[in-house]
Design a protein around this ligand. Structure first.
Ligand code: FA5
Length: 341
């Protein structure tokens, strides 16, 4: 009899649950069937008065009914919870409002100028070659003709990682890496990357900046090739009418060495504060690769000749865009960075 009551109760409870249309109706259902004074509880209380032999099977079945009713209650509750959440979300979205524009990032001015430089040298046959930012003393100095205690090292004080390892002070050690990689073939590469120098930060000098090195090695290269490449570069970067000049200079790894200037775009060569009243602005260092450096890279200097140059893209961007302070480049101020699109 009790088992029959339980079966009927379960059937009825399942049917009425299907009919409940709101969380309130669901809670009423729960109270009616599973609550402390609910119908199932009422039947369970009657188990104690059954004959002993019927009690255990009645207890087992009533427990099964209880678990089954709790399960369908939980499922229906989850359904209402999810529906409520979804309805709430829909309420919050006003599809008639204009959308939020997605902020579009822009290339950093250093990256932009680097890419412009690549695109000037690529048609001349220069491919990009990467060198390490953390260098050994051997590559950064010794193989470039600067043994320990050579006075030229003073021009490039740096951040040492340990006695023999340092952050490169220029991209010129990449010359040796490239020569060792390509030897004995001819070379035409540019080597871009970050450099580090332990020096005072000023409007013109940073402790971290980019350089682009250029290196060509072949059997018949001359100073005329070097000048031709660099004058063409200056005209493409700064405009056709730009005047250029080469001054004698000194680098331990090139002989002869030069520096290249362009006429000052601010005063058009008349002399102003920016060009220190000379009418000229330096843009790069260059020269014919020293025979010993060629040898260090694996090339026979009696057969091969090399030309090399090194420039600072930030300084070039400063000249090109009239930027008065190099510190803007890496201070992450969007007012500066967003001007370059
Ligand atoms: C060199 O670093 C040589 N390795 C260049 C070279 C390569 C010469 C191949 C001959 C053959 P220099 O110290 O002048 O040279 O630096 C080259 C360029 O790097 C400078 O013209 C300048 O544009 C840039 N530069 C140097 N120091 C800084 C600095 N502290 N902040 C920003 N740019 C810098």
């Amino acid at each position: 009899m009790l088992l029959e009551d339980l079966r009927i109760l379960q059937q009825r409870a399942e049917n009425t649950l299907d009919d409940s249309d709101s969380p309130e109706e669901l809670e009423n259902w729960k109270i009616k069937y599973l609550g402390r004074k609910g119908e199932l509880t009422h039947i369970l209380r009657g188990i104690g008065s059954l004959p002993k032999e019927e009690r255990s099977s009645a207890g087992k079945v009533s427990n099964q009914v209880k678990v089954a009713l709790e399960k369908i209650y939980e499922e229906k509750k989850r359904y209402f919870d999810e529906k409520q959440y979804h309805d709430k979300m829909m309420e919050r979205i006003d599809i008639t409002l204009p959308g939020h524009p997605i902020y579009q990032g822009k290339l950093h001015p250093s990256t932009r100028i680097l890419r412009q430089i690549y695109s000037i040298f690529a048609p001349m046959g220069f491919q990009i070659f990467d060198g390490p930012e953390v260098e050994t003393d051997l590559y950064n100095f010794e193989l470039l003709n600067m043994p320990p205690h050579h006075p030229a090292r003073d021009m490039w004080d740096t951040f040492y990682i340990n006695k023999k390892t340092l952050l490169r002070t220029h991209t010129s050690p990449g010359q040796i890496h490239a020569m060792k990689y390509f030897c004995p073939d001819p070379i035409r590469v540019i080597l871009p990357g970050k450099c580090y120098r332990y020096e005072a930060i000023t409007a013109r000098s940073e402790i971290m900046f980019h350089q682009i090195e250029g290196l060509a090695v072949g059997k018949s290269l001359t100073m005329a090739d070097l000048k031709g490449i660099l004058v063409e570069f200056a005209h493409q970067m700064f405009g056709d009418g730009r005047k250029t000049r080469f001054r004698c200079s000194y680098f331990p790894f090139t002989e002869p060495s030069v520096e290249m200037d362009i006429d000052c775009m601010i005063c058009k060569g008349k002399g102003c504060q920016i060009c220190k009243r000379t009418g000229w602005l330096e843009i790069l260092g260059a020269g014919i690769v020293h025979p010993q450096v060629l040898k260090n890279g694996g090339y026979d200097p009696r057969v091969y000749c090399g030309l090399a140059f090194g420039m600072g893209p930030e300084r070039i961007a400063m000249l090109k865009y009239g930027i008065d302070d190099i510190r803007h480049f890496f201070s992450n101020d969007l007012r500066f960075l967003e001007q370059f699109c």
